[in-house]
Design a protein around this ligand. Structure first.
Ligand SMILES: Nc1ncnc2c1ncn2[C@@H]1O[C@H](COP(=O)(O)OP(=O)(O)OP(=O)(O)O)[C@@H](O)[C@H]1O
Ligand SMILES: [Mg+2]
Length: 386
C-alpha cells in the first residue's frame, strides 16, 4: 500500500476542528508542515494558538485519528509548536466576530486603561440572532445562579448553542457551578471562553486570584461587562444567559444598554417576602426598558420520604407574581439536595441526573423559553420608531 500524498493528508486534516475555536485546524493555519516517510510514517507539525494550550492532548488525538485512518499510514508523530504573534493575529482575523477589533493588549476585564475603545457588542447589532436571557430576582440566595446554569445546560442538551455571562462580579459562582476546569484562552485581543457541559461561560472569577475580593466602582463594572460581551468569542450562540447579581442597580442598568433586546426571567421563592423583592426586580427591569417574560419559582416544596410535599417556603408566590405582571409561571422547582450538591461540585443536576424531577422541570422551562417564548418578530433597528 503506497503512502498517501501530502495533499491527501491535509485533506484528511481539514475536517479536524480546534476544540476551542470550532474551526478547521488547517484553515486556522495550525498545520505547519506534513512529512511522509517512505515507510508510511507521517510527521505533522502543529502550531498551538497559545503556549501550554489546555487542549493539546485533545488536538493530538484528533490529528492522530484523522491521519491514521488513511490507507498506507503506518504511524503518526506530532511536533507541537506555538504560533507567532502574526499567526495569532491571522487566527483572530479568521475568527472575526468578537470585538471586530482595533488591536489592543490583552488584560483582565475592568482594567481601565489600554482598552481598545469603541468595540461593538455583537448582541445589539441589527440581525443578530442571539436571545439574551437575564436571570434576575432582586433577592439573594433564591437560586438565580443555579437556575442559570441548569437552564443553560438544558438548552444545550436540546441542541442550542449556549453561552453564560456571570454578571455577578462581586459574588461570582458560575465557573464552580458549571464545572469548568480551565481559564479562558487569550488569542490576540480575543478571549476564548472555557466550555463545560456543552456551555461556554465567562466570569470575573477567571481573572481574580482565588479568595480575593473584587472591589470596584461602577465604571469598572460597566467596562468589565462590556468586555464580557464584546471581547469574548461567543460564536453566535442561540442563547446568552446572564446570571444577575442580587439586588437592583448598576449592573442591570449597564446590561440594559448593551443588551436592549434582553428578556428578563425572574426567579422567586414562594413566600410573600421574596415575591415582594422579586417584584422590585421586575419594576427595575421596566425602568430600564427591559421586559419581564416569565417567572420561575424555586424551592417550591421538598418531597419527603413519605412522598408528601412540604412547602417549606410557603406557597403561591410565583403564581401571584406572574399574575400581577401578566406573564407565565414557567415552572416550579423542588428543593432537592442533588441540586445543591451539583452546584457545589460542578455537576449541574440537569447533566448529572437528567431523569430527576428537578431536571425534568428545568428541561420543560428550557423548552418553553426556546419555543413558546420565542419572539415573534425579528428585531430590526432600522424599523424601530421612537
Ligand atoms: N431548588 C434547590 N434545591 C436545593 N438547593 C438549592 C435549590 N436552589 C438553590 N439551591 C442552593 O441554594 C444556594 C443559593 O443558590 P444560588 O447560589 O443559585 O442562588 P443565587 O440567587 O444565585 O444567590 P446569590 O444572590 O448569592 O447570587 C446554593 O447553595 C444552591 O445550591
Ligand atoms: Mg448567584
Amino acid at each position: 500500500m503506497p503512502a498517501p500524498s501530502q495533499q491527501q493528508i491535509i485533506d484528511a486534516l481539514r475536517p479536524v476542528e480546534d476544540p476551542e475555536l470550532h474551526r478547521s485546524i488547517v484553515d486556522l493555519g495550525m498545520v505547519r508542515s506534513v512529512e511522509i516517510g517512505r515507510d508510511g510514517r507521517v510527521q505533522v507539525a502543529v502550531a498551538l494558538t497559545v503556549p501550554g494550550c489546555p487542549l493539546r492532548n485533545e488536538i493530538q488525538s484528533r490529528v492522530t485519528l484523522a491521519v491514521t485512518a488513511l490507507d498506507g499510514v503506518t504511524g503518526v508523530g506530532i511536533d507541537f509548536g506555538v504560533m507567532s504573534d502574526e499567526e495569532r493575529a491571522k487566527v483572530r482575523e479568521i475568527m472575526g466576530g468578537a470585538g471586530h477589533g482595533a488591536a489592543g493588549h490583552s488584560h483582565a476585564p475592568g482594567q481601565a486603561h489600554g482598552h481598545a475603545e469603541g468595540k461593538a457588542v455583537p448582541f445589539n447589532q441589527p440581525g443578530n440572532k442571539t436571545r439574551p436571557l437575564l436571570i434576575s430576582s432582586g433577592k439573594g440566595g433564591v437560586g438565580k445562579s443555579s437556575v442559570t446554569v441548569n437552564l443553560a445546560v438544558a438548552l444545550a442538551q436540546q441542541g442550542y448553542k449556549v453561552g453564560v455571562v456571570d454578571a455577578d462580579i462581586y459574588g461570582y459562582s458560575i465557573p464552580r457551578m458549571l464545572g469548568t476546569d480551565r481559564d479562558p484562552v487569550v488569542i490576540d485581543d480575543m478571549l476564548v471562553p472555557p466550555e463545560a457541559n456543552g456551555v461556554t461561560c465567562i466570569s470575573i472569577g477567571y481573572f481574580v486570584p482565588e479568595g480575593q475580593a473584587v472591589i470596584w466602582r461602577g465604571p469598572m463594572l460597566h467596562k468589565a461587562l462590556e468586555q464580557f460581551l464584546a471581547d469574548v468569542f461567543w460564536d453566535d450562540p442561540d442563547f446568552l444567559l446572564i446570571d444577575m447579581p442580587p439586588g437592583t442597580g448598576d449592573i442591570a442598568l449597564s446590561l440594559s444598554q448593551y443588551l436592549p433586546r434582553a428578556e428578563v426571567y425572574v426567579v422567586t421563592t414562594p413566600q410573600p417576602a421574596a415575591q415582594k423583592v422579586a417584584r422590585l426586580s421586575a419594576a427595575m427591569a421596566q425602568k430600564v426598558n427591559l421586559s419581564v417574560k416569565g417567572i420561575i419559582e424555586n424551592m417550591s416544596w421538598f418531597a419527603g420520604d413519605d412522598g408528601k410535599h412540604y412547602e417549606i417556603f410557603g406557597a403561591g408566590g410565583g403564581q401571584e407574581l406572574a399574575d400581577e405582571l401578566g406573564v407565565p409561571l414557567l415552572g416550579q422547582l423542588p428543593l432537592v439536595q442533588e441540586l445543591r450538591e451539583g452546584g457545589d461540585d460542578g455537576h449541574p443536576i440537569v447533566a448529572a441526573h437528567p431523569d430527576s424531577e428537578a431536571a425534568k422541570c428545568f428541561q420543560e422551562i428550557a423548552r418553553r423559553i426556546a419555543v413558546d417564548m420565542k419572539p415573534k418578530k425579528v428585531f430590526s433597528a432600522a424599523l424601530k420608531i421612537n
